[in-house]
Design a protein around this ligand. Structure first.
Ligand SMILES: Cc1cc2nc3c(=O)[nH]c(=O)nc-3n(C[C@H](O)[C@H](O)[C@H](O)COP(=O)(O)O)c2cc1C
Length: 200
């Protein structure tokens, strides 16, 4: 917990420097009593969601778990090849599309046009409030897909013990999403992950 207290203080300082186009996230609050074993036991793909939004606090927690800074030198909650940190996480909700800035613990607005409908390629997606979009280099040697796998598994484990539901998703139009994100030619959309609250 000591480390989280440090992170909270650091994010508090940094967030006051954020620009107008940036949405500051609350400092992540991970106060997890569940064991890794419990998370592994509970993890499963969720395909039934309540029409319930995810708070900014919860979004901050999810993003930190996925790919946040967990050390003073800027390294992350996941390992990356040669620490190149070749992964980006975009977030779409009903407010638009945002790029996660882990160092600042903020969201940079890319567009005020939500991409949620673009991801509604299966019926259960209708109620999903947030989709994470993992992107990285088109160069296979940059290992971006592996980094996405590490990040989405972190989220799966966090969700499993925090009353959230999520499912990794490859069934959507990558080209359309890449265009909406305005990705440069050397970047690609790797995979996505729907997150919300599981309907019983
Ligand atoms: C790379 C990847 C892509 C996936 N794409 C989809 C998808 O498009 N739609 C879906 O409903 N589930 C998708 N899944 C979820 C898998 O179907 C699910 O993980 C698998 O059935 C095992 O179930 P479990 O996660 O509950 O163990 C995907 C999983 C991975 C790892």
């Amino acid at each position: 917990m000591k480390k989280m207290i440090f992170l909270s203080a650091a994010f508090g300082l940094m967030s006051s420097m954020a620009s107008a186009e940036t949405i500051e996230l609350p400092a992540p609050q991970i106060d997890e009593d569940a064991t890794l074993y419990q998370a592994l036991q509970a993890r499963h793909a969720v395909r039934q969601y309540l029409p319930r939004p995810i708070s900014r606090q919860m979004l901050s927690n999810i993003l930190w778990v996925a790919y946040g800074v967990n050390r003073e030198d800027g390294r992350r909650t996941i390992p990356t090849a040669m620490n190149k940190q070749d992964l980006s996480i975009y977030v779409t909700d009903d407010q638009g599309v945002f790029l996660y800035n882990a160092a600042q613990n903020s969201l940079e607005m890319i567009s005020n046009q939500s991409l949620l409908k673009t991801f509604q390629t299966q019926p259960y997606m209708e109620n999903v409030p947030v989709v994470l979009i993992y992107t990285g280099s088109t160069d296979e040697k940059d290992w971006a897909a592996m980094h996405a796998g590490s990040a989405y598994q972190n989220v799966e484990l966090y969700a499993a013990t925090n009353e959230l539901g999520c499912v990794v998703r490859g069934y959507f139009d990558n080209t359309e999403v890449a265009k909406a994100l305005n990705l440069p030619a050397d970047q690609r959309v790797l995979v996505s992950q729907a997150i919300g609250y599981e309907a019983e």
